[in-house]
Design a protein around this ligand. Structure first.
Ligand SMILES: [Zn+2]
Length: 258
């Protein structure tokens, strides 16, 4: 009884949100042309993605740092790319945060870090995006806007940051998201660390890699970088990391390269 009632209520709530946040045909067509990777074999016209994008727009709060202005094209570009990783998993995986802050361009963050010997290190970091526990998610609009072109290199800042959101759903940024029952945590960790360690060795040796060398920073960055590649340029990931590729396909339930 409760299940049926809850489904009915959610159905009504979603129907109202889909009506409020309906994406016009011409805007959706433009979005698919600018970001061709949004069309997938499971959802060739982007119909399911368009629906989820409306729900995302209804549940999340966007803000922009001047001179960037929040137009429909801007928010739909971000929301559609953010929904792509959870298209088969469900939007509830993003319930842990509400805010999305769009910067016009990359930002420089001044960092302080104490090392094991108690020595304070200060350095500047250039950020094209950042996801922190509980939000908000920060993104550089210049990087989001260019993601149609940068897809060939496997680069996508939105998918990268939302992979971090999935990773942090269980409270820990460690490259292990909340796994479905059919994927054992020990298997995930074994595959991720073996692939990560091999990747670090290749990056340190100066080899060309299909994945962004930034993934060698930490296992959680490796997971985020591999997730980007899976959705926008899967062939290189599949060729160089077949077991990681298979594991991510199972996790996201989406075989893009099929
Ligand atoms: Zn990252």
């Amino acid at each position: 009884m409760f299940g049926a009632l809850s489904r009915w209520w959610h159905g009504r709530r979603d129907a109202a949100a889909l009506h409020r946040r309906a994406i016009p045909d011409d805007l959706w067509k433009r979005t698919l042309i600018r970001y061709p990777f949004l069309r997938t074999t499971a959802d060739p016209q982007g119909t399911a993605l368009r629906r989820m994008t409306s729900l995302f727009l209804d549940r999340k709060e966007f803000s922009a740092v001047a001179p960037l202005r929040l137009t429909n094209d801007v928010v739909v570009a971000v929301a559609a790319q953010a929904c792509l990783p959870v298209l088969q998993l469900g939007l509830s995986h993003y319930d842990g945060f509400v805010g999305i802050v769009l910067q016009p361009d990359q930002v420089i963050a001044h960092r302080h870090r104490l090392d094991e010997d108690g020595v304070l290190h200060e350095y500047d970091e250039v950020l094209s995006g950042e996801a922190v526990q509980g939000g908000p998610v920060m993104l550089s609009w210049r990087d989001v806007r260019g993601s149609g072109r940068s897809a060939a290199e496997g680069y996508n800042v939105v998918i990268h940051e939302f992979a971090h959101v999935l990773d942090m759903e269980d409270g820990a940024a460690d490259g292990v998201p909340v796994l479905p029952p059919e994927i054992a945590r020990a298997d995930w960790q074994r595959t991720l660390s073996a692939e990560y360690e091999a990747f670090v060795r290749r990056v340190e040796a100066g080899e060309d890699t299909a994945l962004d060398p930034y993934g060698a920073q930490a296992p959680e960055e490796f997971f985020a970088v591999a997730s980007e590649a899976l959705f926008v340029a899967p062939d290189g990931l599949r060729a160089e990391h077949p077991s990681l590729y298979r594991m991510l396909v199972r996790f996201y339930r989406l075989d893009i390269a099929a």
